[in-house]
Design a protein around this ligand. Structure first.
Ligand code: SF4
Length: 280
């Protein structure tokens, strides 16, 4: 994308690794509250296009701002604060999607909402998914699952695929890693299974943090028991977001952690395959 186009459409980003801050400074508290209640407006870090890793086919991805977790390996800490996102009306976000409708359909792709944590803005998410479905666009939600109960069973039907992050199994380790308990995430996974909704899961391998063999085996067993998980993406930790922690002046504890070696990734994927799951 050239600079001129970026000025015309500041919502588009070349990648989610662009640091974006204070895009909604000055938006009144009452406006934020109304937006969260009605979903008429959302707070977005950016839109990116051409993703092949956020669901089937080629995807347009909207990155929401706002997350109540504090994952030690988060590569987008600028999305933690909702006010770092740009205030975007539902109509404008839908219009952005409409531009890509034909291409997405041709390429068997779709629209993915990720973040941040999209369900911090659950009404906006539901309404944007509904607009996408009306355009015949495949929809995917990438979530940490904590706020899954904000969506009704009917609303979950509007979402063709849930990409659920399962960070680690041990409760104490999970709290250390994210600041939160993993119970709600696992309950959301069970609920999606009961509803027979399609799910992919994601697991990030961080050497020394999430690579405990017993925990991985327990996640694999749990995931396989659900019966609705179509694939597991095993992702290597990376340092592409490190500079954001520095820019935001947030203490970063993984400064010296290196990306996992190929063999660890393969061994982890194999754990999932061993219980009958497709793992990549
Ligand atoms: S849930 Fe996602 S956005 Fe939130 S802190 Fe964790 S990695 Fe970052």
């Amino acid at each position: 994308m050239n600079a001129e186009a970026r000025v015309i459409n500041p919502l588009e980003a070349a990648s989610p690794f662009e640091l974006r801050m204070n895009q909604s400074t000055g938006v009144a508290k009452s406006t934020v509250k109304a937006a969260l209640r009605t979903g008429e407006m959302g707070f977005l870090h950016s839109f990116t296009t051409g993703s092949t890793v956020d669901g089937p086919g080629v995807r347009v991805v909207a990155w929401t701002a706002g997350c109540h977790w504090r994952c030690l390996y988060c590569h987008n800490p600028d999305t933690w604060n909702m006010m770092n996102g740009m205030a975007v009306t539902l109509a404008r976000a839908a219009e952005e999607l409409r531009k890509y409708r034909n291409g997405l359909q041709t390429m068997g792709g779709g629209f993915t909402l990720t973040g941040g944590e999209p369900l911090m803005q659950d009404r906006f998410a539901v309404r944007l998914f509904s607009a996408a479905k009306d355009m015949g666009i495949h929809t995917a939600l990438n979530t940490n699952g904590q706020l899954g109960e904000r969506l009704s069973d009917e609303e979950l039907q509007q979402i063709d695929l849930v990409i659920l992050d399962i960070k680690t199994w041990d409760r104490v380790a999970h709290r250390h890693l994210t600041g939160k308990e993993n119970g709600p995430t696992l309950n959301f996974a069970r609920r999606l299974a009961a509803l027979k909704r399609p799910v992919w899961t994601r697991f990030v391998v961080v050497p020394g943090l999430t690579d405990n063999e017993r925990d991985i085996a327990q996640i694999a067993t749990f995931t396989a028991s659900l019966g609705n998980v179509e694939r597991v993406d095993v992702l290597p930790f990376h340092q592409m977001g490190r500079y954001k922690w520095k820019e935001l002046n947030i203490p970063y504890t993984l400064e010296n952690v290196e990306a996992p070696v190929r063999e660890l990734i393969d061994r982890t994927s194999q754990r999932f395959r061993a219980v009958g799951l497709k793992a990549y």
